[in-house]
Design a protein around this ligand. Structure first.
Ligand SMILES: *Cc1c(COP(=O)(O)O)cnc(C)c1O
Length: 419
């Protein structure tokens, strides 16, 4: 293993990577978009490589949020609920479905945190398959997904069937075929793995689940806004995802839920509230769920939290998800190549699929010194994520990240490793 005090072996590649980054930026069809985010020209932020954890704020979002406070909230007051707020979770949900999810209207809503929506959709999904005793999940999934499934399985007396995928890859169709059976009620997977970036073959996973009569729930936190989705065509039953990552909704912006139309009539979630009832303002006795996707809602939706999502949807509408995915592939491929050339000599390894078709919008690099390196990177304005135990996650948000930033990040890691 290379020691942290090794000199930079050879810097002749650096100028070539810097020139290639400049050239890729000059030819980037999305080149106009980074400047549409606040902080893009802040000299203290040398490289923001964590837009997959908290997206940058769109400039338009600042105007939209000011308008919400000063005009809608300030002047329309309680009338705002009749003038759009009551249906806003469904209105934004339909826009998200069309632009990002590959889903027809009436199947998506904006709601609670991802964690809470996961609880609601897992519970509702299990109730669609009564009598079945098993849930399929994997050790590499995000902690909240694993913890919730542990809690729900304990409450209901169900068995968790754990997959143990290669941490640098993810759950394959063969893995799924080895555990899904006639007792499987639900398969819960992250579409893009939060650490490795592995991209699950979603249509194959849906087929594998359905062949045994089970349902597929996909966590889309790291795919919404970075990879193309076709939930309806793939036959995904249920899905949830974050809006503060690639959708740039802001810290704590509420998550989204998708329930396929074919399940909605029988779908029930356990947090019965007045805003998901058939007639919210009848205030009657006894809960009766609203028809359609509204039944996923429980209480008063977080209007102040969800409006900023629309500005990213505006940009995604302009460019289309195909162009976003193409830039994402170009960014991760460039970062991978630069890492192979200038970081591998220090013993840095790629802990992500090497084929861009098999990963989402980030790559993870591992080296024993990375915990300390990340602390020093943050001090110099290079901001990736540290991921236990030794990972740097390089998140490359296609609308807001430049190739120059990607190179600046890799170069800074090399400098810190040789410091
Ligand atoms: C970011 C992320 C979450 C976050 O859940 P919250 O309830 O918003 O904190 C959940 N699942 C995955 C896969 C994530 O990447």
């Amino acid at each position: 293993m290379a020691s942290a005090s090794a000199p930079r072996p050879d810097r002749t590649a650096d100028a070539a990577f810097a020139a290639r980054a400049a050239d890729l930026d000059a030819r980037d069809p999305l080149a106009a978009y980074p400047a549409r985010f606040i902080g893009h020209d802040d000299p203290e932020i040398v490289a923001y490589l964590d837009g997959n954890s908290l997206g940058r704020p769109p400039k338009a979002a600042a105007r939209r949020m000011a308008d919400l406070v000063e005009q809608q909230w300030g002047r329309r007051l309680i009338r705002g609920w009749d003038e759009g707020w009551f249906d806003l979770p469904l209105t934004i949900g339909d826009r998200l479905a069309r632009t990002v999810l590959g889903a027809a209207p009436g199947q998506a809503t904006i709601g609670d945190s991802t964690t809470v929506l996961l609880f609601k959709l897992i519970s509702g999904g299990l109730d669609l398959r009564p009598g079945r005793t098993e849930i399929v999940l994997d050790r590499e999934n995000f902690p909240t997904d694993r913890y919730l499934l542990e809690s729900i399985a304990a409450q209901r007396g169900l068995t968790l069937r754990w997959l143990e995928p290669d941490p640098a890859l993810g759950v394959t169709t063969a893995d799924l075929d080895s555990v899904i059976g006639e007792q499987t009620a639900l398969v819960v997977l992250s579409h893009v793995a939060y650490r490795s970036g592995f991209l699950v073959d979603a249509p194959a996973a849906a087929r594998a689940a359905h062949e045994s009569g089970a349902l597929l729930l996909l966590d889309l936190c790291h795919s919404a806004g970075s990879v193309e989705l076709a939930l309806d065509d793939w036959g995904v039953d249920l899905a949830v995802g974050c809006t503060y990552k690639y959708l740039n909704g802001g810290p704590g912006s509420p998550a989204f839920a998708y329930v396929a139309a074919s399940h909605q009539e029988r779908f029930a979630q356990p947090i019965w509230g007045w805003m998901g009832a058939a007639d919210s303002f009848a205030m009657g006795q006894g809960y009766e769920p609203s028809p359609g996707i509204r039944r996923v809602i429980s209480g008063t939706p977080a209007i102040t939290g969800m409006v900023a999502i629309e500005d990213t949807l505006d940009m995604l509408d302009e460019v289309g998800m195909g162009a976003v995915r193409a830039k994402s592939v170009a960014l991760t491929s460039f970062a991978q190549e630069a890492a192979a050339e200038v970081l591998a000599p220090f013993g840095v390894v790629l802990s992500s699929p090497s084929d861009p078709a098999m990963r989402g919008g980030h790559i993870t690099l591992d080296h024993p010194d990375f915990r300390a390196v990340v602390a020093r990177l943050w001090e110099r304005g290079v901001i990736p994520d540290f991921r236990n135990p030794t990972g740097i996650r390089v998140g490359l948000s296609p609308l807001s990240t430049t190739f120059a930033e990607a190179w600046a990040g890799i170069e800074a890691i090399a400098e810190e490793l040789s410091a």
